[in-house]
Ligand binder design. Structure first.
Ligand code: GLC
Length: 448
């Protein structure tokens, strides 16, 4: 039942995410938007952090009481053991930096309504109600800024613990029947948004839970305007019923690039967003790196999730993945940041990417080649070929080029085995001029 409920919600969520992002807000030109989105477009990697009282029992964040796995009362008892005793925000920020991420997004308040900061709107917060007894958000946002990382705040529009929220403990009142009560909820929600905007200097908001109400009910338009007034360059994800900036496919790696030029895949390392001790179903670092490559070569970002424990320590498997990711991103910087996505499939058997000036073509070798690698249909002269991260220069050979035909020959490159990266090797082709591809369907010579 629970799975079905989640699956159904998931489908609706996905639909909303994609449709929402397709609508554009008319208040700024495409150029202005591109300027506001610039750091996000170049960031490529972000770290998502689901940290909340659900880490105490190691159960699903919020959904566990919503779907009746635990009573609301018992769920809230986790507050007593949420200690943050070993919480080291500076070490978190350093680890995030080391992974190669350029931003982090932390759950300031999930659907369970428990705020990480000392909100003046209600008393359901970590400082007021938990064993930690302090604002755990402020030191982290400060540590991010100190480490030159962008600050992203996750905020669930829905609050299943709030007495004025229509789904409070599955309460059935609808806002239309009781607009005053709904207004009270919105005052609380807008109030918290103002607190977060003015006290924590976010660069990005990551909304969630929008599927439970329409844009009109959430007052999405007004909220967007307010957020951009409080923080003029803030970026909003799509989960605002049509008033966000970028698309957020969840868990499933896209096969073709999403339509919205701005997008980010959010994904767990195992199968859980928050810390769950018994979930050891981790993706390997190599799988994570390949998924990351899939995202960036289609012009998107990866928002990779970690779930710290209730005492603030990050599980060792997650630290390991972040460090391995860091080894790879650090070596391959130029093939990651400031790239724009690759060339169409068919020219190379694997993912590709282009530098912003389109004069460097990157090839990602997902497998150990058992012979020279080949590129088809490249019209440019190639000035130099090298291995990214170690500078080794590589020779190439063009075969099959006919002087009377405009079809480019096949470009073969030998990659010495000793220069291969243990995970994914990247080859850079420095081209004469911007990449120029042969895209015709090879003429039938007999008809000429
Ligand atoms: C879903 C879930 C939520 C999770 C989020 C992360 O919307 O409701 O639990 O935090 O995905 O993307």
């Amino acid at each position: 039942m629970r799975r079905i409920a989640i699956a159904l919600l998931g489908i609706t969520t996905l639909l909303f995410h994609f449709t929402a992002s397709a609508q554009e807000i008319q208040e700024e030109t495409a150029e202005q938007k591109a300027k506001r989105m610039a750091w996000f477009k170049d960031a490529k990697l972000g770290i998502f952090i689901h940290w909340g009282i659900y880490a105490v029992n190691g159960i699903d964040e919020s959904w566990s009481f919503f779907n009746g796995y635990i009573s609301h009362e018992d769920y809230m008892k986790q507050l007593d053991s949420f200690t943050a005793a070993n919480y080291d925000p500076e070490a978190w920020a350093k680890l995030i930096k080391e992974s190669g991420a350029q931003y982090a997004v932390i759950t300031t308040r999930h659907h369970d309504g428990v705020a990480l900061w000392d909100t003046q709107y209600g008393d359901l917060s970590i400082p007021k109600k938990s064993a930690a007894k302090r604002d755990v958000l402020a030191p982290f946002t400060k540590a991010l800024q100190k480490n030159n990382l962008k600050v992203g705040l996750y905020y669930s529009l829905s609050d299943w613990s709030h007495p004025d929220y229509p789904l409070h403990l599955r309460d059935t009142y609808r806002y239309k029947n009781d607009p005053k009560r709904w207004e009270k909820y919105l005052t609380y929600m807008f109030g918290q948004m103002e607190e977060l905007s003015t006290q924590y200097q976010p660069d990005l908001y990551w909304f969630d839970g929008d599927w439970e109400h329409s844009a009109e009910e959430w007052k999405s338009k007004e909220l967007r305007q307010k957020l951009l007034t409080w923080r003029p360059n803030v970026i909003l994800n799509s989960r605002l019923q049509g008033y966000g900036d970028y698309a957020t496919p969840e868990q499933g790696v896209p096969v073709t690039a999403p339509k919205n030029p701005y997008w980010e895949l959010c994904m767990t390392m195992n199968n859980s967003w928050g810390h769950q001790d018994n979930d050891l179903n981790y993706k390997t670092p190599s799988q994570v790196i390949r998924i990351f490559i899939d995202c960036i070569t289609m012009g998107g970002n990866l928002l990779l999730d970690i779930g710290p424990k209730a005492d603030g320590t990050i599980p060792e498997q997650q630290v390991h993945i972040l460090k391995e990711l860091g080894r790879w991103t650090n070596k391959h910087k130029e093939a990651i940041y400031e790239t724009i996505g690759g060339i169409p499939h068919g020219h190379f058997y694997g993912p590709t990417n282009l530098s912003k000036d389109k004069k460097t073509l990157f090839l990602y070798l997902l497998h150990k080649p058992n012979g020279p690698i080949v590129i088809k249909g490249l019209k440019n002269k190639v000035n130099r070929i090298r291995i990214v991260g170690n500078g080794t220069k590589l020779g190439h050979k063009v075969i099959g080029k006919q002087y009377w035909s405009e079809v480019p020959g096949l470009l073969y490159i030998d990659v010495p085995e000793e220069d291969l990266d243990p995970t994914v090797t990247v080859i850079a082709l420095q081209l004469k001029g911007e990449v120029d591809l042969y895209r015709e369907d090879g003429k039938v010579i007999e008809s000429n």
